[in-house]
Design a protein around this ligand. Structure first.
Ligand SMILES: C[S@@+](CC[C@H](N)C(=O)[O-])C[C@H]1O[C@@H](n2cnc3c(N)ncnc32)[C@H](O)[C@@H]1O
Length: 251
């Protein structure tokens, strides 16, 4: 098998055998022997990009986040709350959104209509929002249980929280270095949200696989993988965890 890996030897083989060999080499069942793994450009101890792939295209985690929001876009409606800015509210809510609020944890964000720490957000009235888009924020909040209780409290009955957070990820040591606290699993997400919302109203998904996780850790962009590669789900390699949680009661 080792000789067959060499391209000169490969060229001497019949086309059908070469195709079979290529499928074998590309395939999930091929396990290169110890010492023969081809690391190529990935043999490095610093990543190709340190900015999550923003400098190369769409970050891999955003591919999953935006896919999740697109699949649930009918939830983005009425009075909506988003964190930091309202990009996703506008993009996925369109005309269904009648009022858009933005929460930020500190003063000084010009997009923010509400300044609050979601783990003790007494300044936000209960039963206010039809939809909360809470992307990539929960891992910054120390008291995550209190924050998820707040999400439930400030939603109207029947309102929906669309939440995403990292599983396997680089840590941002720039803007959010003072905030980045946690990573999650599907199990911790389920336990967390089922404490605050009716368990039957909580939908958890994980997205990613070993290739997507490797690409994301290296800072490669989604455009550098195929859709098939991005969409293959391996529960052991969650790059992003998504939660759709509905508050009890009629909308
Ligand atoms: C990287 S942004 C995430 C939101 C952004 N819209 C996105 O999708 O990436 C980080 C946000 O976390 C928020 N944040 C951090 N700690 C928070 C807390 N305790 N309560 C509410 N928001 C918090 C900040 O206000 C900031 O807008």
């Amino acid at each position: 098998m080792k000789e067959l890996l060499k391209s000169t030897a490969r060229r001497a083989l019949p086309v059908s055998t070469r195709r079979w060999l290529k499928a074998r080499l590309d395939g999930a069942n091929y396990h290169p022997p110890v010492g023969s793994v081809q690391f190529g450009n990935l043999r490095r101890v610093t990543p190709i990009s340190r900015v999550f792939g923003y400098d190369r295209g769409l970050p891999v985690d955003r591919y999953y986040i935006e896919g999740f929001l697109a699949r649930n876009l009918s939830d983005v409606r009425g009075h909506a709350l988003e964190v930091g800015d309202n990009t996703y509210t506008r993009r996925f809510g369109g005309d269904r959104v009648t009022r858009s609020d933005v929460v930020h944890v500190t003063e000084g964000n010009p997009n923010a209509t509400i300044v609050a720490d979601m783990s003790r957000a007494d300044n936000i009235r209960s039963n206010t929002f039809d939809c909360i888009i809470f992307t990539q924020t929960l891992h910054f909040i120390y008291d995550v249980r209190a924050a998820v209780q707040t999400l439930n409290r400030v939603l109207k009955p029947g309102g929906v929280a669309l939440v995403t957070f990292p599983g396997i990820s680089q840590i941002d040591y720039n803007e959010w270095r003072e905030y980045w606290l946690w990573s999650f699993t599907a199990l911790s997400a389920r336990k967390l949200f089922a404490e605050a919302f009716p368990a039957a109203n909580v939908g958890i998904e994980t997205h990613g696989n070993v290739l997507a996780a490797t690409a994301f850790l290296q800072g490669l962009a989604a455009e550098e993988l195929t859709q098939e590669e991005l969409d293959y789900r391996d529960l052991s390699y969650p790059v992003i965890i998504t939660v759709r949680a509905v508050k009890s009661g009629a909308a």
